[in-house]
Design a protein around this ligand. Structure first.
Ligand code: FE
Length: 357
């Protein structure tokens, strides 16, 4: 990089000397000024750059990054991949990593990355004001940027909402042969079960999960979208999904014979998780990365970050997307989302014992 700059600058400097030989002093000043500007330019360029590793899909982050670059001049370079490979990559790269920030979904993943010391703690009043304590790491190593509700979806043709009540109730015999679930390998379900363990303890949670498995109408699904389609097609009557998958499918296919239901409204509330980010331990541009994180957590950027995926903004001062708003308000679980990480191993083992594939 340095070589290229030197080669580029020399012909220019010599060219100036040749043509302005009668103003030697002026030339000297000009040359020095030029070199100084070049140095400053390099420094500014080095500082105003952020490298992001993102498990959030390109179409969900690029419009925001483009806007940030337009507003601040800071260049953002990013790669996207699944969370597992990104975390492994950060670990393998260690101090050599070019990544300043990692964005990923689910508190379970953020927690794992923090436990592997991949994030650095951040002291930021902006982030403390923008992100409720429930949705950030207690050691400030990561912050939620959007919220996703994992809720019940039901067939409007075969289920009356009055029959529904809680996640726990889906283990009841009345749902025998009527329940659809996504695979237990997905972190979303591991996080949900982790919160059940926190609330009920292992023995009772295992009973609940076994009840779910006994009630299954079909094999587990690879993703939430296939599950909602199965309900619409009459394969099963109820299931558990993240709301944005329902929103996306209705946007794509039009109105479905299915609806979202907010469970546990008289008890613990709807399970809510985050999509969030942290500044990496070995960031080369930590201040710039923090500024980007702060920018994402408030104002118009915060609204877009959530709305673009039909999620809920983490910042309570932010307006909801109209489609999301139409699903109605609900009482959310108040547990700190860190529980999803802390109890993830227990949850995985429990689901295995319960025969939840
Ligand atoms: Fe998702």
């Amino acid at each position: 990089m340095k070589d290229i700059i030197i080669r580029k600058s020399f012909p220019f400097v010599f060219g100036m000397r040749c043509c302005m030989r009668f103003k030697a002093t002026g030339v000297k000043t000009a040359v020095m000024g030029f070199l100084a500007a070049l140095t400053l330019g390099n420094a500014a360029q080095a500082a105003s750059e952020v490298v992001v590793y993102s498990a959030r899909a390109e179409q969900l982050i690029k419009p925001l990054f483009d806007q940030y670059t337009k507003e601040t001049g800071t260049k953002i370079t990013f790669i996207t991949d699944a969370e597992g490979p990104l975390i492994a990559r950060l670990e393998a790269e260690g101090a050599r990593t070019p990544a300043d920030m990692m964005i990923t979904v689910d508190a379970g993943n953020l927690w794992i990355a923090a436990e592997k010391n991949l994030f650095r703690p951040i002291e930021s009043k902006v982030l403390e004001d923008a992100v409720p304590a429930q949705f950030q790491d207690s050691k400030n190593r990561w912050f939620g940027l959007s919220l996703r509700a994992r809720t019940i979806v039901y067939s409007t043709e075969r289920v009356k909402p009055a029959e529904l009540s809680t996640y726990e109730d889906l283990a009841d015999k009345k749902w025998d042969g009527r329940l659809c679930l996504r695979t237990s390998k997905k972190v979303y379900n591991q996080s949900l079960v982790a919160t059940l363990i926190e609330r009920h303890g292992e023995a009772k949670t295992e009973q609940i999960v076994k009840g779910w498995v006994d009630n299954l109408a079909t094999d587990v699904f690879a993703n939430d979208t296939a599950l909602i389609e199965a309900i619409a097609a009459g394969q099963c009557d109820v299931g558990i999904v993240n709301t944005y998958y329902f929103g996306r499918l209705e946007q794509e296919k039009g109105k479905l014979p299915a609806k979202l239901f907010w469970p546990n409204q008289n008890t613990t509330g709807v399970h809510v998780n985050v999509s969030g980010a942290g500044v990496t331990t070995h960031a080369k541009h930590p201040e710039e990365a923090q500024k980007l994180l702060e920018w994402l957590a408030k104002g118009q950027a915060q609204r877009i970050f959530a709305a673009i995926n039909m999620e809920y903004p983490v910042n309570e001062n932010t307006k909801w997307d109209p489609i999301v708003e139409a699903w109605g308000e609900f009482k959310a679980d108040e547990l700190n989302v860190e529980v999803a990480g802390k109890r993830q191993v227990e949850a995985v083992k429990l689901m295995d014992r319960a025969g939840y594939l």
